[in-house]
Design a protein around this ligand. Structure first.
Ligand code: ZN
Ligand code: ZN
Length: 339
């Protein structure tokens, strides 16, 4: 592939990402999410003050400071990498959820025989499959994110996502390529496992409601509040809703530099896993003006070296530190046993 082919290929991928209704960063979902933000904020301000200063509201939404920060440029670089090279790398290196589904389906057939006697309509099967695969995605996301905050090798890679000192919808792409590969494997196992189970249970290939191959429940979330999780609009869900759905404010707490917010709100759409496993932090009603970033002194890395090479080196260091610690413990135990 020569340079002109590479540029053409990259532009095509960016165009697909921006103009496919089912993509994670389509202009349609962005427009819908921002319309939701304007609607919710206008309604709340009107309820509180009985009037709305539309100019102040628009200034808050389209804040120029967000586009002047180094952090945003780093997010743009990672966005381009994510939509151009990452699909090729993930396609080549990550096992597909289809192969996992095939293995699970044939294993269940061998263990329990051919199933498929459930007598329900094709529509009911499609609805059940859509819900189960959405739940499989959600659990996979939570487990992946939980491990990335607990295991030091994974944290050193995931920390990059937390080095954003301003949040825009592009921050969703602020992930190290190896972090994306681990996520790809996790989803392949959870979604493939659930698909294989559904294939076996309904004795047919699983069909779900989808847009461009993406689960319709996920797309609904993306088109309403999804992009607002990486934004600076304080939209908190409280009461029962705060225990069920992760509002934009829930995820902003996840990015907070305040130590009391570390390792909180690890889910994607549903708050129930955080609630069940004790990592939920319900946001306050008033905007606490959080400071974002991973470094307490605010020196978050945004250069290409800092976002691509440093996390990898730190992760390798964490791996060797862990190995050396284990070997030391082993020698000490042996030495004590010999005494
Ligand atoms: Zn995180
Ligand atoms: Zn985030």
């Amino acid at each position: 592939m020569n340079l002109s082919d590479a540029i053409h290929f990259s532009l095509k991928r960016v165009e697909l990402e921006l103009f496919s209704p089912g993509s994670v960063f389509s202009i349609y979902s962005l427009a819908a999410s921002f319309s939701c933000a304007i609607f919710i904020l206008t309604l709340w301000r009107f309820r509180r003050r009985g009037r709305v200063n539309l100019r102040a509201l628009l200034r808050a939404i389209f804040s120029r400071k967000l586009f002047k920060r180094e952090s945003t440029f780093a997010d743009i670089n990672l966005f381009i990498l994510s939509v151009t090279l990452m699909p090729v790398i993930v396609g080549a290196l990550v096992i597909s959820s289809n192969s996992v589904a095939l293995s699970v389906h044939s294993a269940l057939n061998q263990l329990f025989g051919v199933y498929g006697t459930i007598d329900i309509s094709p529509l009911s099967k499609k609805i059940i499959s859509t819900i189960i695969l959405f739940l499989a995605y959600e659990i996979g996301y939570y487990v992946d994110h939980y491990l990335k905050h607990r295991v030091s090798i994974l944290w050193e890679l995931h920390k990059l996502h937390h080095t954003a000192d301003v949040l825009t919808p592009l921050t969703n792409f602020r992930n190290h390529p190896i972090d994306n590969l681990v996520f790809g494997y996790m989803l392949a196992f959870f979604i493939g496992g659930a698909s294989g189970f559904l294939d076996w249970m309904f004795a047919q290939k699983t069909v779900i409601f989808s847009v461009d191959g993406k689960n319709i429940i996920f797309i609904f979330f993306l088109w309403t509040i999804g992009h607002l999780q990486h934004s600076e609009f304080w939209i908190p869900f409280r009461g029962l809703w705060g225990y069920l759905i992760l509002s934009p404010a829930h995820h902003q707490i996840h990015h907070s530099r305040d130590p009391q917010h570390f390792n909180r709100n690890l889910g994607s759409v549903l708050a129930i896993w955080d609630w069940l496993f004790g990592t939920l932090e319900i946001p306050s009603e008033c905007n606490p003006k959080l400071i974002f970033g991973a470094k307490q002194d605010g020196s978050n890395p945004h250069s290409l070296y800092g976002i691509l090479v440093t996390p990898f080196i730190n992760s390798v260091h964490a791996l060797f530190d862990g190995l050396i610690r284990r070997l030391k413990n082993l020698f000490m135990m042996r030495a004590q046993g010999l005494r």
